[in-house]
Write a protein that binds this ligand. Structure first.
Ligand SMILES: [Zn+2]
Length: 609
């Protein structure tokens, strides 16, 4: 049975007899009749959708009836499968062989989609193997056919989960790009690109037609809330349902400290990459800048590579900008965002300061038709230079610094608040442990043979290692930078003139109290709690004895104190003398290592964090 349109005489819908249950005797007459009525009703729906599609598509392409291969013939079929068992709602081989699966659930949209294929076929926009434009285009035509149905947006998650896939490798989900171009650049722009494909399928031509707006499309489709300053981001304007932004294929990086993150990937032709960098609260208002390096061989002048950053910060509240790539002296491509005024940003002529940065959304796009950009670099947050104590060379041996605590030197020369600039020293918890093998215990004697000692040195060692801490912090202003000298072993020695900060709250224990050591309570289960002095009274007695003892300058106790006092005061404080200003010599190796020599017998080694 054939239904012929009265609107477009060249439009026919066939409901073949072998699909209809006309073969007598298969079913009861009542069931056969009902099934046939149903199929004919589907035929009517296809005819109506076909009429409407033709109007819309003739209008879209601005052509007339005879510009396509008439007649347009659609066939109602049963289930359609290919050799691989894939299920189809419809198929189009040419304008006379268009098949609509009667059991499909989107009869009207399928009809429009397949008729669009007939247009593509007639106008030379084939071969169908170029799915990014043939299927992506036909899927988008469902929007041209009927705005309110929006099945084309069902491909949104598939598109966005893999922004890294080249457009040329995409299929139905490429409809999102055509839809975006349709919204952004008008239906005419889409039509012209489709028509261009009829004459020229080369990637270069099509990459070029998308080039100017590709980055904007990537931003729009990212739906990112930082970019669009809303909780929901930007949705396709005619979309009825919710889009789950968390499904987008962005890489999340959490920076809670100054450690380096790597990023390395190949940026495919006509693709995008999204990175979300969240900066932890501990360093959010301390960091000076964030730097993204992209590798050595990158051509930073290739305008097919575009990068933008959307920044969520206290001030300015939210901001979005294209970033310019620069090259370091060593030839590495990079860009950076500044959070405080500092010499690096000043020297690089960075104008914008984003205070208290919370999150950064980086979008990288390529409009190269064939070449791949290889990105291989790091993401680094820069704050004040922080050096952490690694080793103490003492008495011709090496003391390892235990993991439980740390000793840091922070050299902050770039702080936007001038009064905050300076050198800071922070000792926390058990930042050093003393191994008994370093000391000649015999020379000290013990309380029985030498009443002056009061506490046996091995006992004292146990206390200091396990319980007694040298905690504290000190701050110094840098009065001036003295001479800089290259040492024989390649290290650079810098002399700082320093002065204790006025009103500095920080201090070492020995400044705050008369105690030589500050110790915690012995805990049950520890050596001291179990075997040594299980009761606090005994412990307190011991502590009082330690602190009341008048230790000789050469005693072990005073050596421990000496190491601590020297280190936390950059050498200005000794056991007996104390200066608030003076000179300190620090030695650096490529900015990454720091060592301070207080004597040939006492050298501290630090590593930059
Ligand atoms: Zn199709």
């Amino acid at each position: 049975m054939t239904l012929i349109s009265t609107e477009h005489l060249a439009l026919k819908v066939h409901v073949p007899t072998n699909v209809l249950s006309t073969e007598a005797g298969n079913f009861s007459p009542e069931l056969a009749d009902s099934m046939d009525q149903n199929l004919l009703a589907i035929g009517e729906r296809v005819l109506e959708a076909g009429e409407r599609s033709l109007y819309k598509f003739f209008d879209f392409f601005d052509i007339g009836d005879y510009d396509i291969d008439i007649p347009v013939e659609l066939w109602i079929t049963g289930d359609i499968f290919n050799d691989e068992g894939d299920y189809y709602l419809g198929l189009c081989f040419n304008c006379q062989q268009i098949y609509i699966n009667a059991w499909g659930y989107k009869i009207e949209e399928t009809t429009a989609h397949e008729i669009f294929h007939c247009f593509q076929h007639s106008l030379g926009m084939w071969p169908p193997i170029q799915k990014w434009i043939v299927e992506g285009g036909a899927k988008m035509s469902e929007d041209i056919y009927e705005k309110s149905h929006n099945f084309e947006h069902n491909v949104y998650p598939k598109y966005l989960r893999h922004p890294e896939t080249s457009l040329f490798e995409k299929s139905y989900e490429a409809a999102l790009i055509w839809y975006e171009k349709y919204q952004t650049n008008s239906p005419d722009a889409v039509k012209l690109q489709y028509l261009a494909f009829a004459a020229d399928t080369s990637r270069g031509t099509h990459a070029n037609l998308l080039k100017d707006d590709w980055h904007q499309y990537a931003l729009d489709l990212s739906n990112n809330s930082i970019v669009y300053d809303t909780n929901a981001g930007k949705k396709p304007t005619d979309h009825g349902g919710e889009i789950n932004v968390s499904e987008s294929g962005s890489v999340n990086i959490y920076q809670s400290n100054y450690s380096t993150s790597r990023w390395a990937f190949d940026l495919q032709p006509l693709s995008a990459r999204y990175y979300v960098i969240t900066i932890g609260a501990a360093i959010r208002n301390k960091a000076n800048l964030i730097r993204f390096t992209l590798g050595q061989d990158l051509d930073i002048n290739n305008d097919n590579l575009k990068i933008s950053a959307a920044i969520k910060a206290t001030q300015p509240d939210k901001s979005h900008k294209m970033v310019a790539l620069k090259k370091t002296e060593k030839g590495e491509a990079y860009f950076q965002l500044c959070f405080k005024e500092n010499t690096i940003c000043k020297n690089d002529n960075e104008q914008d300061i984003y205070e208290d940065p919370y999150q950064i959304f980086v979008t990288i796009t390529s409009t190269e038709p064939d070449q791949i950009f290889s990105i291989n670099g790091t993401i680094d947050l820069f704050g004040p230079n922080r050096y952490e104590l690694d080793e103490i060379h003492f008495n011709d041996g090496t003391l390892q610094v235990p993991d439980v605590g740390k000793f840091e030197i922070i050299i902050d020369t770039d702080n936007e608040n001038e009064e905050d600039r300076g050198i800071y020293l922070v000792a926390s918890k058990h930042w050093m442990a003393f191994d008994t093998e370093f000391y000649g215990w015999d020379e000290f004697g013990d309380p029985v043979t030498n009443p002056d000692v009061k506490v046996h040195p091995t006992r004292l060692t146990g206390y200091v290692n396990k319980l007694c801490r040298f905690r504290g912090n000190m701050g110094y202003d840098i009065e001036s930078l003295g001479e800089t000298k290259k040492l024989d072993d390649g290290w650079i020695e810098r002399t700082f003139k320093i002065k204790r900060k006025e009103g500095d709250e920080g201090s070492g224990n020995f400044y705050k109290t008369k105690q030589k050591f500050v110790c915690g309570k012995p805990k049950a289960g520890t050596d001291l709690g179990t075997f040594g002095f299980p009761f606090y009274a005994a412990y307190a007695k011991m502590l009082a004895a330690i602190n009341a003892t008048d230790y000789g300058a050469d005693s072990f106790a005073m050596k421990l104190r000496h190491i601590f006092a020297k280190n936390i005061s950059l050498g200005l404080v000794d056991n007996n003398d104390s200066d608030t200003e003076g000179e300190v010599k620090m030695e650096f190796f490529t900015d990454q290592l720091l060592r301070i020599k207080y004597s040939d017998n006492l050298i501290f080694y630090y590593t930059k964090k």
